[in-house]
Design a protein around this ligand. Sequence first.
Ligand SMILES: Cc1cc2nc3c(=O)[nH]c(=O)nc-3n(C[C@H](O)[C@H](O)[C@H](O)COP(=O)(O)OP(=O)(O)OC[C@H]3O[C@@H](n4cnc5c(N)ncnc54)[C@H](O)[C@@H]3O)c2cc1C
Length: 385
Amino acid sequence: MRIGIIGAGHAGIEAAMAARNAGAEVALFSAEPVLPYFRPRLVGVAMGITAPEAIAFHPAAWYQDRGIDLHMGAPVTALDVAARTVIANGGTERFDAMVLACGATPRMAPVCCTTPGSPIFTLWSMADALQIRQRVRPGARLVMIGGSSLGVESALTACGQQVQVTIVEGLPRLFPQLLGSGAAVFLRQQLESRAIVVRTGHAVASLAPHGDGVRVELAGGAICEAELAMICIGARSNLELAQQAGLATAQGVCTDDCLQAAEGVFVAGDVCQAAGRLPRGAVREAMAQGRMAGANAVAFATGGQLQAFVPMQSPMTLRAAGVEIVAIGQASGLVEERLPDGAAGTYRAVTRHTDGSLAGVQMIGTREGFDELAAQIGGLRVCRT
Ligand SMILES: Cc1cc2nc3c(=O)[nH]c(=O)nc-3n(C[C@H](O)[C@H](O)[C@H](O)COP(=O)(O)OP(=O)(O)OC[C@H]3O[C@@H](n4cnc5c(N)ncnc54)[C@H](O)[C@@H]3O)c2cc1C
């Protein structure tokens, strides 16, 4: 029995392990030319703190020892769902079942006018991180477009490297989905106390290379010049391969409860829209789906029973330059209720629906009581951190 897995990120690796442990032969196709790695740690690589090789999941021998046939730098260019074949590296391979785990691609600002080699970056792959790393040095100025988790984490990490950071966020506050208004103000103070300039409520009118650096014009006319800019405004699922293969897509590739998109084709991670639920963009969910998709691929190939995936939500946690944030649930458009603080420099809050039920929990500088509160949010299977 042969299982083919497209994408060797968090979901793909877990799928490979699950299929291998169930006795399948596994071929794992990775578009990237490097050993599969822990994607969130790209921030440390980009900012020159972490060596690129330190973030690999496993050394090359690990795959060999387990008989996982890892094809690096081998993007799958075509998928035939009915025949269950893929084309990669110019060759065609057939499988008994497949897992599509090809992740997401960062969004680019529509006003961005960039040219090859210009210092305007997104941060999603090892190649992105290595390019940013070449530009990061003490005293350099960095404009961060986007004030959500990746932008704030990258800004804090850069600031720890003596980079002068300006965060530009189009919405009126930082982390608008996850932090209530008070928590966002508290976070802003934490960033400003570390000399990070925060400009919320400022849309970017234009972003373009300028000399050796970049020039950002904000709506209203203010100008920021810097040695580099990063665009951290979210990501979209990689749907092209699935669409070309005729699979149904919406924001992700549509699957049933068992993560199956077509007979013998399972989907996991950032590319997966399971039973109508939008892709979450979170490591723990990608891993859990990967494990389930790998196990279900083997079950399909051996005539076994498919298992349904039970959605979960893991808290967003961020730790950088002495700032720690943990949040879960919804905050956007809801009333925030501040809880009594413990130590100085901490902030604890919850958000509630209009019927008074708990919608979200947000903490900065502490996580006292977080798990207990998160467990009270209705309809969430919370994965503890
Ligand atoms: C810098 C950064 C920080 C993050 N921090 C956090 C965090 O703190 N917490 C958290 O929960 N989440 C975080 N995320 C999000 C998290 O990394 C993703 O949700 C997770 O990686 C999704 O796993 P995945 O396996 O679905 O996709 P990915 O990890 O993106 O892996 C998909 C792989 O498939 C490959 N691929 C694409 N197309 C093809 C093809 N045609 N053929 C072969 N291979 C292909 C891609 O190149 C990629 O290597 C972060 C993301 C980034 C970029």
